[in-house]
Design a protein around this ligand. Structure first.
Ligand code: HEM
Length: 226
């Protein structure tokens, strides 16, 4: 067995993959948020539709998209494999007494939180990503160029109460997942240092509130203004 295979099969190697894919997904989320902020512009969706076309046609962005899909699949697959290794190493499990004082609720429920986010993601990709790529969505003209009107698809989706509620609740799960995942990723990469760890923790605490809150604000904004 080569050292690469050995590392990827070890607990440490699997944690490393979880951390690297997790950090890449945090970068994706930040970019996705910045792009979707254009839904707040009062321009009838022009900036958002131009951005959406760029995101599906630019070759560098396409490469980043493939990396995102690989990261999602790798993050999920390795979380399952890591769970199996942990179970095999400790079939009886730890005594539960004092669990809540030694660890946060989120850290003990990362699997459940992640599963809910995965189910959300499947629905989310069908509602928007699938429609953008393969759905028969209307088009608009800006100047002489034709654009798919993804803005209207998003507007129609977020006029449904159940959809808005689902997104807001899912963003709560995302916030809890990030509240442990952010700093945990740095720790798995060995980047914990007396000097930097408090700053990483503080940035993580801010990130896990601000980013899901801004995502949740999008369906709420559309619902209450359209
Ligand atoms: C209310 C908040 C959100 C809105 C309005 C939104 C909107 C969109 C839209 C319109 C697309 C299709 C764009 C395209 O195919 O180029 C998309 C794709 C996607 N979204 Fe979201 N999104 C939101 C939140 C999220 C969250 C929280 C996640 C992750 C947990 C996420 C993950 C993705 C992924 C992975 C894709 C596919 C990206 C790609 O193909 O590169 N989105 N989103």
């Amino acid at each position: 067995m080569s050292w690469v295979t050995k590392t990827l099969k070890s607990t440490l190697g699997r944690k490393l993959i979880m951390a690297l894919t997790g950090l890449f997904l945090i970068l994706f989320l930040t970019g996705h948020l910045a792009g979707n902020i254009q839904l707040f512009f009062n321009d009838g969706g022009q900036a958002f539709n131009i951005y959406a076309k760029f995101m599906t046609s630019n070759p560098i962005v396409k490469l980043l998209s493939y990396l995102t899909y690989i990261s999602v699949m790798g993050h999920v697959a390795y979380s399952i494999m890591l769970g199996q290794l942990n179970k095999a190493a400790r079939p009886i499990g730890y005594a539960q007494s004092g669990a809540s004082t030694n660890s946060t609720w989120a850290s003990r429920n990362m699997g459940i939180l992640g599963t809910v986010i995965l189910v959300f993601l499947a629905g989310h990709m069908y509602s928007f990503w699938y429609q953008m790529h393969w759905g028969g969505i209307p088009t608009v003209m800006y100047g002489t160029e034709e654009y798919k009107d993804l803005y209207t698809v998003v507007q129609l989706a977020f006029q449904q109460t159940w959809m808005v509620a689902l997104y807001v609740i899912a963003m709560g799960f995302l916030g809890f997942h990030l509240s442990h995942g952010f700093s945990s990723a740095f720790q798995s990469l060995g980047l914990n240092h007396v000097k930097y760890s408090p700053a990483i923790k503080a940035i993580g605490n801010l990130y896990c509130i601000v980013v899901p809150a801004l995502f949740a604000a999008m369906p709420l904004y559309i619902y209450f203004t359209s």
